[in-house]
Write a protein that binds this ligand. Structure first.
Ligand code: EPU
Length: 417
């Protein structure tokens, strides 16, 4: 079993380069199959989820060339074949194959998605969207069979603001006849990134990044080249780690605007932050104020930074309340942090976190961001070595983690038992 070992207590110092956004990449890769010719993606992160998506596309008959941070996807020989099991179950974002194959072929059979299961994550809004576009959907042994004789534009109001449903509907609707509008759409930067790629492929999408997105369907889409936006969650994780270790770190290749909710909260705690055009310098301080944090949809504080933030909140002088209004029970990291001496009480959607000194322990990452929170906690521990299992979850979202942290002066290594 592979473990991540951390001998903490060293302030992080130096510069870290942020790679392309995971949650963009795993939507852009399936979006590329809507094209008739080759699409090139730049600034691609080296993550296990990207590797799994590459295999999925190859299983469908696409030719994929991936070298360093660039991927060329040629979907000209793609076929819509059923994918009920296997790789689709390893990845939550495999649900984007539903929208992409439906748009390209009018048909898709995709196993219900897997991924980080910190709580039940329904896809009813995706299905509602496909049905509004004219698709018929049936459940066949755990896989969804989605079929439409003709996709027709429709007005779709999302009952829940959902990143995945917004993107999936954009994918299918970009090849529908007529105009689709998505009301109460999610506004995350990754949605703008997908719309930018689709528009470069010839789609007609307006309003991405606002709550109303208008998609005028087109007959065909073509290849293009697109550079993926920086990963705001990876950037935020390093910002939080810099603050938690009382370090001094320049987080480079970021869009500071995407980080505003986190930056404001760190400043409220007393962290010093300096914004440049494409980088942010985080200077930690000896003492922090307790703060209340509410994870919301964008542009609110990101739920994906909620678990890393809980580790930082153990380093304050008082009691903080951290609530998640996106997921009702994303607190699987809390019992693990408590093994390390954290004083946390979970009440419904909120965690009440009292400042405390953490100590080394053997802990388990149960999902990606839970893993990030344990890494940050381990970095703050003065004595002893923290052992984190469940490394495969962390690898889903943080490429070059050990190298990046080592370059910032941390003592971190992987160990196989
Ligand atoms: N929801 C529904 N019905 C749906 C879809 C969503 O009730 O049909 C609910 C969810 O249960 C949740 C809320 O709506 O309570 C938001 O879910 P959303 O659909 O926005 O999440 P997602 O698209 O499945 C993406 C990211 C997540 C991130 C969320 C929120 C990907 C592949 N995943 O998930 O990222 O937490 O948006 O920003 O893009 C992560 O990176 O660690 C991660 C989990």
């Amino acid at each position: 079993m592979e473990k991540l070992m951390i001998a903490g207590g060293r302030p992080l110092r130096g510069t870290v380069q942020i790679s392309g956004a995971k949650n963009s990449a795993i939507a852009l890769i399936p979006a590329a199959i809507l094209s008739e010719t080759a699409v090139t993606l730049d600034n691609l992160p080296a993550l296990s989820d990207v590797a799994i998506y590459t295999e999925l596309l190859q299983e469908l008959g696409a030719s994929v060339e991936w070298s360093k941070d660039q991927m060329m996807i040629d979907p000209s020989r793609l076929l819509s074949r059923p994918m009920p099991n296997g790789n689709v179950k390893k990845l939550r974002a495999s649900y984007y194959l539903m929208g992409a194959l439906l748009g390209r072929f009018g048909e898709a059979t995709i196993g219900l998605p897997g991924g980080c299961n910190f709580e039940p994550r329904p896809i009813d809004q995706h299905i509602k969207g496909f049905e509004a576009l004219g698709a018929r959907i049936s459940n066949e042994n755990g896989a969804l069979h989605i079929q439409a004789k003709e996709l027709r534009g429709a007005k779709i109001y999302l009952d829940v603001v959902s990143v995945g449903a917004t993107i999936n509907i954009m994918l299918a609707a970009s090849r529908a006849k007529g105009v689709t509008t998505i009301e109460n759409a999610a506004k995350e930067p990754e949605i703008i990134d997908v719309a930018t790629l689709l528009n470069s492929m010839g789609a007609k999408i307006k309003g991405a990044g606002t709550e109303t997105i208008r998609i005028e369907g087109v007959d065909a889409l073509h290849g293009c080249r697109h550079s993926i936006i920086p990963d705001r969650i990876q950037a935020g994780t390093y910002m939080i780690a810099a603050a938690a270790t009382r370090g001094d770190v320049i987080v480079d290749n970021v869009i500071p605007k995407h980080m505003e909710a986190l930056t404001a909260k760190l400043q409220e705690m007393g962290v010093h932050i300096y914004e440049m055009d494409e980088s942010i310098r985080v200077v930690g301080q000896p003492e922090y104020e307790a703060v209340d944090v509410k994870a919301l949809v964008y542009p609110g504080f990101a739920t994906d930074l909620q678990s890393p933030m809980s580790s930082l909140l153990t380093q304050t002088r008082g009691v903080s309340i951290l609530s998640d209004y996106v997921y009702s029970n994303r607190f699987k990291h809390v019992p693990e942090l408590m093994r390390m001496g954290a004083k946390i009480k979970v009440e419904g959607r909120s965690a009440v976190i009292e400042g405390s000194q953490l100590s080394a322990a053997k802990v388990k990452a149960t999902d990606l961001r839970a893993g990030a929170s344990l890494v940050i906690a381990g970095l703050t521990v003065e004595d002893g070595v923290t052992e984190i299992t469940g490394v495969e979850y962390i690898d889903r979202g943080y490429d070059h983690l050990v190298t990046n942290l080592s370059n910032l002066g941390a003592e971190v290594w992987r160990q196989n038992d």
